[in-house]
Design a protein around this ligand. Structure first.
Ligand SMILES: [Zn+2]
Ligand SMILES: [Zn+2]
Length: 659
């Protein structure tokens, strides 16, 4: 899902193969700027662009009232069977397809509030009732919803509010005077029951509820680094031509110690597979849940009752606040491009969001600066050398790329821009695919009239002159070319610098049955500070995530002077692979064989490094049991296992609970 869909990759490959050999050669050797200059016109409206448009029809990101009806009926069906959790999800899907302001959307919220009530999620239920009311819920259905509101307030112990809500219902019933219908009789019965309940509670108040969520803050030793934001003072930023920028322990570090805390500069939720698997001819909608249904589009918090975007069916948020913030920061530009972004893959989406967050002024400043640099140094790799004109600053961090004038390295667009694109390591075809994709996005922005939204964010006088390019078809405006160049750079950077945000997700029905937890890739992000860490297959740190924030901890003792290494490899895959091979080892050598002990030891290390806490602990125990029989309790392996266990158990509660 990181790359564009296969059909588009093939389309770009055909275009590449059909180019004049001389042009291919020039493109292969071109700088990013020249790649765009040469390649911009190669996306032909009647050929590649049309093919892409056809592919986009498969990705359903727009609002479809027919889909809304389908999801609502499915939701009702499950509600009838008391499957309230899945019903909540289906009502959410229904709401995301309804046109904003339509009475239907209020019905979705009202239905969802009923399911939430049954799940005991009273606070969220109240929010949905408020949404239903504000979206024009039909008057004749209102008493039922208002009674639910009173019941919710009662359950939350807000007696006065509950009593107030009840008197509203009573007035309403008195005014409406439709006493004959059976639903009305039920309502009246319920009303009097609730009145009695409120009265009972008032005369016999419950003991004050203890303040919940009394989280004891673990006092961690944390002293912030002077030159790297978010990093611990026990690290230092170094630079040499061989390793580039890297972080080194400036003092002995203990396992479990926090080394880095960073908020993603940008992150994009990875869509679920099923969003693209559907054929356009298919009429049935998919009820499978995807990441887009489960996590907030902006902050990645787990969703219960999502707030849909008012323009598309794809973006769903944990709150109105997140929806508003996302709209302001990037979604007003992205919203109508949903299908295109799903088709072109997450890397292109991250690239677009990165330039939107940075703002045009900053993007153009850095793109221009990179042109000066290109003239001096044709080799992009050479840019990681400190500028030779400032040799006197080499002792500090001032000459290190990405650092600001005070020698500080921060999670900023400047730092993101300075991550190496390794343009020379990508195949010319791949670069071409990325270029065509980025141009397709920019052309779409131009055609959809979104250019102003892209550029106005921080527009200066220089750029606010009237646009004359919009009418001439095909050609991108100079400003959008700058954005495209930056985006191309970011797509290429992501190949080496993309950080996956993973969570442990429960698989299974969730209806109380035994569930498995497996790590899932939730989002793709730029973490410029985290990116300072070089890769090793034997990392000495591990990364854990909470929302869009990453925390790096030492996974083993790191002596002063040692480099800090991160494993960008997919430890989850390694773990699954090893688990399968363990089954085979067990069959061949027996469950308590020394071979089995060694395999479990390896697995424990991988799980430990991936901070899969509960899995790691149980694997450590199994390995310990077997290896102590073979080598005795004093052996090095046993000692290492015990150290891992101690480290895991000493982790703050928040991590233990999440995994
Ligand atoms: Zn959110
Ligand atoms: Zn939207």
């Amino acid at each position: 899902m990181a790359l564009p869909v296969e059909e588009w990759r093939l389309c770009a490959a055909r275009r590449w193969a059909a180019l004049e050999p001389a042009l291919r050669e020039r493109l292969a050797a071109a700088s990013l700027h020249d790649t765009l200059r040469l390649g911009c016109g190669l996306l032909r409206p009647e050929a590649e662009a049309a093919a892409l448009r056809r592919l986009c029809r498969r990705a359903r990101a727009g609002k479809e009232p027919a889909a809304a009806r389908f999801y609502r009926e499915e939701g009702n069906r499950l509600f009838g069977r008391r499957h309230y959790g899945p019903a909540v999800r289906l009502y959410s899907q229904a709401a995301s397809h309804e046109l904003p302001g339509s009475p239907e959307v209020s019905v979705c919220f009202a239905n969802r509030s009923a399911a939430l009530f049954h799940l005991g999620r009273f606070e969220v239920c109240l929010e949905d009732i408020a949404r239903a009311e504000s979206h024009g819920y039909p008057d004749r259905l209102l008493p039922k919803v208002l009674l639910r509101k009173a019941e919710c307030l009662l359950c939350l112990g807000r007696l006065q509010d509950a009593a107030d809500a009840l008197s509203v219902v009573e007035n309403k019933i008195a005014v409406d005077r439709i006493m004959t219908s059976p639903t009305h009789q039920t309502l009246l019965k319920k009303l009097s029951q609730l009145k009695i309940k409120i009265h009972e509670k008032e005369s016999c108040p419950e003991p004050a509820r203890e303040a919940c969520g009394d989280i004891q803050k673990k006092s961690e030793i944390w002293e912030e680094n002077d030159s790297v934001s978010g990093a611990s003072s026990s690290l230092s930023l170094n630079f040499d031509t061989e390793r580039g920028r890297h972080l080194v322990a400036s003092q002995d570090i203990l396992p479990g110690q926090s080394l880095l805390k960073e908020e993603a500069f940008v992150s994009v939720l990875c869509p679920g597979e099923s969003l693209l698997l559907q054929d356009s001819s298919e009429t049935a909608w998919d009820t499978r849940v995807t990441n887009a249904d489960l996590y907030c589009h902006r902050c990645l918090r787990q969703l219960l009752a999502s707030v849909p975007c008012c323009g598309c069916s794809y973006a769903k948020y944990c709150s109105q606040n997140c929806a508003d913030m996302a709209w302001e920061q990037y979604h007003r530009t992205e919203c109508s491009l949903g299908a295109l972004l799903l088709t072109l893959g997450v890397f292109c989406h991250v690239a677009l969001r990165t330039v939107l967050l940075a703002g045009f002024a900053e993007v153009s400043r850095l793109v221009e600066w990179s042109h000066h640099d290109d003239k001096d140094l044709h080799n992009p790799e050479a840019r990681c050398k400190p500028p030779s004109e400032a040799p006197d600053t080499r002792a500090g961090t001032r000459g290190i790329p990405g650092c600001n004038d005070n020698g500080q390295y921060q999670s900023s667009y400047r730092a993101v821009f300075n991550l190496l694109p390794h343009a020379e390591k990508h195949s010319p075809e791949h670069k071409f695919l990325c270029m065509l994709s980025v141009v397709a996005i920019c052309k779409e922005l131009q055609e959809a009239g979104l250019e102003a939204a892209v550029l106005n964010r921080e527009s200066s006088e220089k750029w606010s002159k009237p646009k004359t390019h919009e009418k001439t078809s095909g050609e991108l405006s100079p400003e959008l070319k700058i954005m495209a160049e930056a985006m191309l750079r970011h797509v290429l950077q992501l190949q080496c610098n993309a950080q996956a945000i993973t969570v442990m997700q429960e698989s299974g029905s969730g209806d109380g049955a035994v569930v498995n937890k497996k790590p899932v890739r939730l989002a793709t992000a730029f973490f410029p500070v985290l990116s300072l860490l070089n890769h090793s297959c034997c990392p000495n740190i591990s990364v854990s995530f909470s929302g869009t924030a990453a925390t790096v901890r030492a996974s083993q003792p790191i002596p002063s002077g040692q480099e800090i290494f991160h494993c960008y490899g997919k430890w989850q895959d390694a773990a699954r692979h090893l688990e399968r091979s363990i089954e085979i080892v067990e069959m061949h050598h027996g469950p308590s064989s020394v071979e089995m002990g060694h395999e479990l030891f390896k697995l424990a290390q991988i799980l430990f490094n991936g901070f899969a806490v509960s899995e790691a602990l149980s694997t450590i125990e199994r390995a310990e049991e077997i290896l102590s029989v073979h080598f005795g309790p004093q052996s090095i392996q046993i000692q290492e296992l015990q150290e891992m266990k101690t480290c895991l158990l000493a982790l703050p509660r928040s991590i233990l609970q999440r995994t």
